[in-house]
Design a protein around this ligand. Structure first.
Ligand code: AMP
Ligand code: MG
Length: 414
């Protein structure tokens, strides 16, 4: 098994080269199930929207030139030739000197090119008196003015929400062509790890990682499946990993990757298939013992058990892979520039990620980055308190107080 500490950059390259992440495929999904799915092809309109010239007001469809002379002192009289109903082709036409009653959304009848608002008219039987004029196409929404036949309305890669689904419905599409959602198996390890909801026995702790990692999987477009908590024991671990590989496109494990006697994850994962483990430790802090494998076609990321490390390494190494498998582009975390409030040290020879809180000064003009006490990286509260992280490359010793730093944000969905 491969055993050499890689640099952070080498690890990212190795992941790209070994896993070659790409979308898993596409499927048609009904619009009502399309929430947060990712469009796999451009959505092109095959019709004009609106499909016909339509009235934007209640009133009378007229020939605009018949109204040019009309004002409050010099009203014009027209003859009402009939009525246009909404939801059907007009049964009337409008000749010179005529007007047709019309409601908002109904098609403009042949011969008419504008609509006078009912408020600007008076009617007695079929005699209509106009107190104002209209210009050509006034109060008319023209065919294709919203969307033109052949127009690309949404691009491949768009994440579908209420507005996008509304647009697809307007195009008459009942289904959307979307990328398949990668299934990600999540497995926790360690005899001390207990599922929330169960009684906590002496010496035990509740499983944090299965939950934080599963939600992180959702945030980047995957579907998490919890495989369970497995003790640090070869046979059971192997069984758990095999079932994870059987049901998922990618597997995440936490715990058991350090150098303790019970840390048997790397060799167990490696024994499951070729090419096996290709990253066995990265010179980073936190998360140094992270292990990455490819078993057949399935990536396996094994994070250390400390919740902060596990979630941080997920963000840095696994998230981009899942995003691409889900049909998204692998984007860096969004970032802001801030001023360091105190000196932040790097771990010797390791690319260090310092979790920070963002603070606005009293005048709310400058943004400051304040390190969040990590204690041991075991504390989950670290990440809950942090807004983001600052990177210190392996060859830098520290960032000084007052220095401008780039803070990569952790809180947003993107
Ligand atoms: P390990 O990497 O297995 O040595 O675990 C490091 C630390 O993280 C230990 O204190 C574990 O109890 C803790 N830990 C491991 N797995 C989890 C988990 N799923 N949730 C919360 N803490 C964990
Ligand atoms: Mg453990």
């Amino acid at each position: 098994m491969f055993r050499k500490l890689l640099t952070f950059d080498e690890a990212k390259k190795a992941i790209e080269q070994m896993l070659k992440p790409k979308p898993l495929g596409t499927e048609q999904t009904p619009l009502l199930e399309a929430y947060h799915r990712i469009l796999a092809e451009n959505a092109t309109s095959s019709l004009d929207i609106p499909p016909f010239n339509r009235s934007t007001v209640d009133g009378y469809a007229v020939k605009s030139k018949d109204t040019f002379e009309a004002d409050e002192n010099q009203p014009v009289k027209l003859n009402v030739s009939g009525m246009v109903s909404i939801g059907e082709a007009p049964k009337v036409t409008v000749a010179s000197g005529e007007a047709a009653e019309i409601v908002t959304g109904a098609p403009i009848p042949e011969g008419a090119d504008a609509v006078v608002m009912v408020e600007d008219t008076e009617r007695e039987d079929n005699e209509l008196t106009l107190y104002g004029n209209v210009t050509q196409y006034e109060n008319v929404q023209k065919r294709g003015s919203d969307i033109k036949n052949g127009e690309i309305i949404l691009r491949a890669g768009t994440i579908l929400g209420s507005r996008e689904v509304g647009v697809l419905a307007a195009l008459g599409m009942a289904k959307a062509n979307v990328y398949l959602v990668p299934t990600v198996a999540v497995l926790s390890t360690g005899g001390e790890v207990t599922e929330p909801g169960k009684e906590l026995m002496p010496g035990k702790i509740y499983d944090i990682n299965a939950y934080s990692l599963s939600i992180a999987v959702r945030e980047c477009g995957g579907k998490p499946v919890f495989v369970g908590v497995v003790p640090d024991e070869q046979v059971e671990l192997r069984k758990g990993l095999e079932s994870a590989l059987g049901l998922a496109d990618l597997v995440l494990t936490s715990g058991g990757v350090s150098v303790g006697p019970k840390d048997i994850i790397p060799q167990t994962v490696d024994s499951l298939g070729e090419p096996g483990v290709f990253i066995s430790g990265v010179a980073i802090k936190p998360g140094k013992p992270v292990t990455v494998a490819l078993i057949g076609s399935k990536p396996v990321f094994s994070f250390p058990g400390h919740p902060t490390s596990a979630l941080m390494i997920f963000q840095l190494l696994a998230r981009p892979v899942i995003q691409v498998m889900a049909g998204k582009s692998a984007k860096e975390n969004p970032s802001v520039t801030a001023t360091a409030t105190s000196r932040m040290f790097s771990a010797k020879g390791r690319h260090t990620f310092v979790t920070v809180r963002l603070v606005l000064d009293e005048n709310t003009t400058s943004l400051f980055a304040e390190p969040v006490e990590t204690g041991a990286s075991g504390s989950i509260t670290t990440l809950a308190k942090a807004d983001g992280f600052v990177e210190i490359p392996e060859n830098n010793q520290f960032i000084d107080a007052g220095e401008k730093v780039t803070v990569f944000l952790l809180k947003e969905n993107w």
